[in-house]
Design a protein around this ligand. Structure first.
Ligand SMILES: [Zn+2]
Length: 163
């Protein structure tokens, strides 16, 4: 899917789960933005695609395993931002925040598995390539997923406003 689709859906997932985890509007929005960034990271493999076409959407960037690694790496800026901006990070939030960032990141290979190129979504558990019938820039699929992301963001902002 397109970069902005991945960003919006990733942000929506982390924003709404961040609101549920922390009950704080500022922390939820921080998580939302980090989730959006995290969901875009798998396509960094396009840097290598110039040299080797197969590098794009390989299991090393678009899979369960790679999403776990990216989400773990995203915990570093998350904790640093929280520390240096004076938020209070409860120890109880660490695992749920990791889970939230993982879901945002994993939404990228999951939605890319709807494309014709597909992804090895469950690697390293399975090498099977999951694919669908959409082009990566399909306007209907991209619009539907972007609207879903926006609905999640609006819902998260609305629900934290009244806490
Ligand atoms: Zn991708």
């Amino acid at each position: 899917m397109k970069t902005k689709t991945h960003f919006l859906l990733g942000a929506g997932i982390s924003w709404i789960s961040g609101a549920q985890i922390t009950h704080e509007a500022a922390m939820a929005s921080l998580l939302g933005i980090l989730g959006g960034v995290s969901a875009v990271i798998p396509d960094m493999d396009l840097i290598f695609a110039a040299a080797d076409e197969k590098a794009h959407r390989s299991q090393f960037s678009h899979s369960l395993g790679s999403s776990l690694v990216i989400a773990a790496a995203m915990m570093i800026p998350c904790v640093l931002i929280v520390r240096y901006t004076g938020f209070v990070l409860s120890n109880w939030w660490i695992a749920p925040i990791f889970a939230s960032l993982f879901l945002s990141t994993f939404s990228h290979p999951a939605t890319d598995s709807l494309t014709r190129a597909g992804t090895r979504l469950l690697w390293p558990i399975s090498n099977r390539r999951f694919r669908g019938d959409f082009k990566y820039n399909d306007i209907v699929a991209n619009s539907a997923l972007s609207v879903l992301g926006l609905i999640l963001i609006v819902a998260a902002v609305t629900c934290t406003e009244f806490l």
